[in-house]
Design a protein around this ligand. Structure first.
Ligand code: SF4
Length: 210
């Protein structure tokens, strides 16, 4: 990979996909952070099914911090791992309320010290929620990064560092959203639709013409 090729890839993806938005539905940073914690090991569609009731009953960190975990479990049950998720989001709200004056902190380190938030989630919250350059790496991005030749590693942190070294800061949030869309639409895990792909010419994937 070179910076020049990476720029071409980003330009072509932007032309092909245009504006991209997160699939998670949220109105503010509180809702985004809770939705991101709930999105572990499930789909954004599934999270979007439970959050309207959750946010209606608990509209902010203060309300969620006072919730009974049992009550929250009932609402988030269908997202899977619901006991852990309910505990995490209530404890997240309690920590934000007690340690951060009710405001979600806007640094990766502080976010990652909160319940249920790992590096990927922190990067989503930073980039999508706060507009701070960060690249959240999920399984789609690991797969596409390998196929496009950013890195041969499947380690999320290695992939993040490799991609951040080639993609300008101003493009990181877009790259995250566009690559996830690309992974769902064309660069699927099985049988990627390479004939319809806008970056076939830049791609190193051995199977692209098979
Ligand atoms: S050419 Fe195929 S493998 Fe390469 S990025 Fe496009 S869809 Fe993915």
């Amino acid at each position: 990979m070179t910076r020049e090729i990476s720029d071409i890839i980003m330009r072509k993806l932007a032309k092909h996909y245009g504006d991209v938005a997160p699939d998670l539905k949220y109105l503010d940073i509180y809702q985004l952070s809770v939705a991101v914690v709930l999105s572990a090991q499930t789909t954004d569609v599934q999270v979007n099914r439970v959050t309207p009731e959750l946010f209606s009953r608990y509209p902010d960190f203060a309300a969620l911090s006072a919730a009974k975990i049992r009550d929250v479990e009932k609402i988030v049950r269908s997202t899977g791992f619901y006991r852990n998720k309910a505990k995490n989001i209530v404890n997240l709200a309690r920590r934000v309320t007690t340690d951060h004056g009710g405001k979600l902190p806007a640094t990766r380190g502080k976010l990652m010290s909160l319940p249920g938030i790992g590096r990927k989630s922190a990067n989503v919250i930073l980039s999508v929620g706060f507009g701070i350059p960060a690249l959240a790496v999920d399984t789609h991005i690991i797969r596409i990064a390998g196929r496009l030749g950013y890195t041969g590693s499947a380690n999320p942190l290695t992939v993040e560092k490799a991609m951040v070294s080639f993609i300008p800061e101003s493009m990181l949030t877009y790259a995250h959203l566009a690559l996830i869309k690309h992974g769902r639409a064309l660069c699927r895990a099985r049988k990627p639709l390479c004939a319809s792909c806008p970056v076939t010419g830049e791609c190193c994937f051995d199977g692209k013409f098979s």
